[in-house]
Design a protein around this ligand. Structure first.
Ligand code: GLU
Length: 425
């Protein structure tokens, strides 16, 4: 088969993109082949079979994964995703991004990620619990407060983390609680105040810094949010609270648009009641494709990977693109947007608020001492502002895009730690 045919048969995955971006940063940092080979590939990859009982007594099975990309700076850290589109390559990419992300905000964790190929909306709550417990039992040999610490991601939440914490505690400690094995737990079993909003709040802090840098007034600016989940709804609410007009938002079922600005608190209530933003009063319907190309100051992709590609990037009319999602831009889209002068706040910086407060939660669990919301939010703001400045400095000093700058910062920290530990045996 010719190389062209081979390329066409194998459409690039998020993992291919992650490797491509790794190589760009490794070149810019002049990393040796030896260092690259130590930090480029996942340390461990586990595939598990997940049989469990449905409510009607039948057995269903799914496949799940846990990938530990790198643990040189600390235990593996990263969410668990339930989605029908999960692939092992996707989980490998997400795990790698977690490694660089933790290093960018300088929290002492490595990178990991988990995923199950499942549409959780098709399961009842008891089915979801049995599936989660069986998946946890499968990946339990990798987990532990000093080894690998899961958290929520797409379509998992605090309740999912509660089941994981309980299953792990039952299996390894006769039920005595081991709260620091997961973060993003319910408050009643050791969760942290401010964790649920942390990804959106962290993204908002990076937007404040970006607006300052570009002399854009947030008050009166226009913003668009793709994805109204945990990250998107929080950042939309904060923008609305700071007088940015949020003119359009969507979720997997469709979008709503109002050029005069949507009433975000009311929209959140509507979503809580109906499960979707679709059908919200005082707004017209808008497709996902049209939403991404609306003229605005701030565009926030807060859903899944590959939202903006070579196909639609040239139609994007935003001044800032803030990646609350992981991997929403392909490298081709990156190049087009950068060429058009769009300021990109890359995912490993923009959405790092989630893992930052996960780190705070883990610290509180390990210390058995709990902080108030004010303390969590202040510390989060300090971490995000410091990381933004460090990435911006590389961007200006080295005259590279913000994504390359963030990758250079994260990857250089991981490379330094790896070199300090040396090569075993
Ligand atoms: N899933 C989130 C992320 O992609 C949070 C990970 C964590 O808190 O460990 O950053």
């Amino acid at each position: 088969m010719s190389t062209e045919l081979l390329a066409a048969a194998h459409a690039p995955s998020a993992y291919d993109f992650a490797l491509q971006n790794f190589e760009l940063a490794a070149e810019a940092l002049e990393l040796t082949e030896c260092t690259r080979s130590l930090i480029k590939y996942p340390e461990r990859v586990l595939t598990v079979n997940i049989p469990f009982r449905l409510d009607n007594g039948d057995i269903r099975r799914y496949e799940g994964y846990r990938v530990q990309h790198n643990t040189s700076r600390g235990p593996a850290k990263g969410g668990i995703r339930y989605h029908p589109g999960v692939t092992l390559d996707e989980v490998k990419a997400l795990a790698m991004w977690m490694t660089w992300k933790c290093a960018v905000v300088d929290v002492p964790f490595g990178g990991g990620k988990g995923g199950v190929i499942v549409d959780p909306k098709q399961l009842t709550l008891p089915e979801l619990e049995r599936m989660t417990r069986r998946y946890t039992a499968g990946i339990a040999p990798l987990l532990g407060p000093q080894r690998d610490i899961p958290a929520p991601d797409v379509y998992t939440n605090a309740q999912t983390m509660g089941w994981i914490m309980d299953t792990y505690s039952m299996m390894s400690a006769g039920g005595y609680p081991i709260p620091s094995v997961v973060t993003g737990k319910p408050l009643s079993i050791g969760g942290s105040l401010g964790r649920a909003e942390a990804t959106g709040r962290g993204a908002f802090h990076t937007l404040v810094s970006a607006c300052e840098q570009l002399h854009i007034s947030m008050k009166g600016s226009k913003s668009v949010v793709q994805g109204f989940g945990n990250a998107g709804s929080v950042v939309a609410n904060l923008l609305d609270g700071h007088q940015s007009l949020v003119i359009a938002v969507n979720d997997s079922r469709g979008g709503v648009y109002n050029p005069a600005g949507l009433d975000i608190p009311k929209l959140m209530l509507h979503k809580e009641r109906t499960g979707t933003v679709v059908g919200f009063a005082h707004a017209e319907a808008i497709t996902n494709a049209d939403l991404l190309t609306l003229e605005c100051d701030i565009l926030i992709p807060a859903a899944l990977e590959n939202a903006i590609t070579g196909e639609n990037a040239h139609r994007v009319r935003a001044r800032i693109v803030a990646e609350a999602a992981n991997g929403p831009l392909t490298p081709e889209a990156d190049a087009i947007l950068e060429g058009n002068g769009v300021f990109i706040i890359p995912d490993i910086l923009c959405n790092a608020g989630g893992v930052t407060v996960s780190y705070f939660e883990w610290c509180q669990n390990e210390q058995h001492y709990y902080w108030d919301l004010h303390e969590v939010e202040n510390r989060l703001e300090r971490v995000m502002n410091k990381a933004f400045k460090e990435v911006l400095d590389i961007h200006s000093d080295r005259k590279v895009g913000m994504r390359l700058a963030a990758n250079m910062l994260g990857i250089s920290r991981v490379a330094t730690a790896t070199t300090a530990r040396g090569l075993y045996p």
